[in-house]
Design a binder for this molecule. Structure first.
Ligand SMILES: C=CC1=C(C)c2cc3[nH]c(cc4nc(cc5[nH]c(cc1n2)c(C)c5CCC(=O)O)C(CCC(=O)O)=C4C)c(C)c3C=C
Ligand SMILES: [Fe+2]
Ligand SMILES: [Fe+2]
Length: 345
């Protein structure tokens, strides 16, 4: 490591359980769902709901789902994030690169301490949240937590955060390039499936208090609310990627997956689209998940296994899950470029 070792990079993702054993999955789900930016109910109600109902019911099912995708080295999300770290480290050999997770391990504290142990002269850490879009339950909680640990630990280095990159040309180019080979085959439709959030979260995050899900076609009407509107941002990504790939307007659409609970989440639901598309004549589909930069439970199991089964059972003929960007060279290059711009500013 050379002259730039006073700066370092942390790639921050969501995190996974330590193993597929039910107690580990329970511990992970408790930490995740007790986050007040994920289940944003008053503490006692949240504790009752999460600890008394959701986690006891969900942990055994989630453990089974994790078992279906678990790799010999661990959770796909952790393994792929580690591999991304290695690829970025290779691209930027003079800057230490490490990873941190919002829930589970390694924590931001472990990442800060590990960097400081190796580089006591550290002056700045660049935090790249591995979420292209802003949502209270993903980007915001990750960044706020990393900042909170930084402040509480009185770390002397500066923490610089990379903003959401949903429309950034390097991200769009990498996302489109990673999908391109799959579009060579015959297909009827491309579905962009994004992780869902409750509609209430979209209204709550509206800084104008009068735009999101209130104005007709809100996400296509200019507003300062869009800086924090997950729905607007996924439209931007999808429109730009579809344009970059020349996908005709009638051959692509958006949906939202992974709903939890009884509240209304963003529509349409991916699970519903999988059963409806064959009847609409869209029997050969490609599915991409651009809110996830690395494959994880939600892409590999929910889409690639459960979703595929449901689509084919409903009369679909072919279902192709397009992998996330993972280690695509243009994605690694984009991260290297963004971090270098900050390092050399
Ligand atoms: C795109 C970013 C994500 C948003 C926004 C998000 C919101 C959100 N998630 C839940 C509940 C669960 N999500 C789970 C898994 C999971 N979620 C994301 C990303 C976002 N979540 C990822 C990358 C993963 C995969 C983790 C992995 O280990 O691979 C789970 C756990 C798995 C399960 O039991 O299904 C839950 C629970 C809520 C409630 C929410 C917004 C309110
Ligand atoms: Fe989630
Ligand atoms: Fe919006």
């Amino acid at each position: 490591m050379g002259a730039t070792t006073h700066k370092a990079i942390i790639l921050m993702n969501l995190g996974s359980p330590d193993s597929t054993e039910v107690p580990d999955v329970k511990r992970y789900l408790m930490e995740f769902l007790m986050d007040k930016k994920v289940i944003d109910y008053p503490y006692l109600l949240r504790l009752l709901l999460v600890g008394g109902i959701i986690v006891p019911r969900r942990a055994p099912q989630s453990a089974e789902a994790y078992k279906r995708v678990w790799l010999p080295e661990g959770s796909p999300l952790i393994v792929l994030t580690q591999q991304l770290q290695e690829a970025v480290q290779h691209a930027l050999p003079d800057v230490p690169v490490t990873i941190a997770m919002r829930y589970g391990n390694p924590s931001p504290k472990a990442a800060y301490d590990e960097l400081l142990a190796r580089h006591p002269q550290l002056k700045e850490v660049i935090l790249l949240p591995l979420y292209p879009h802003y949502a209270m339950s993903s980007y915001e909680t990750a960044v706020d937590y990393a900042k909170e640990i930084h402040q509480k630990g009185k770390y002397a280095f500066k923490l610089t955060t990379i903003p959401p990159y949903f429309g950034n040309e390097d991200y769009i180019r990498a996302q489109a390039a990673s999908m391109q080979p799959y579009l060579e085959q015959d297909y009827d439709y491309v579905l962009f499936s994004y992780h869902g959030v409750p509609e209430r979260h979209i209204r709550k995050g509206d800084i104008t208090h009068k735009h999101c899900l209130q104005v007709a076609d809100c996400c296509h009407v200019d507003s300062p609310a869009h800086a924090f509107c997950y729905r607007h941002q996924v439209f931007v990504t999808s429109e730009k990627v579809a344009a970059a790939l020349n996908i005709p307007e009638e051959k692509w659409g958006i949906s939202f997956q992974s709903r939890l609970g009884k509240e209304q989440w963003l529509l349409p639901y991916t699970a519903s689209r999988f059963t409806e598309l064959p009847a609409e004549g869209k029997k050969k589909i490609l599915v991409a998940c651009p809110a996830f930069v690395s494959d994880c439970l939600e892409t590999l199991e929910e889409i690639g296994m459960e979703g595929k089964h449901s689509f084919l059972e409903s009369g679909g003929e072919s279902f192709t899950m397009i992998p996330c960007m993972n280690l695509h060279p243009l994605w690694v290059q984009a991260i290297g470029k963004w971090c270098s711009q900050i390092i050399h500013a």
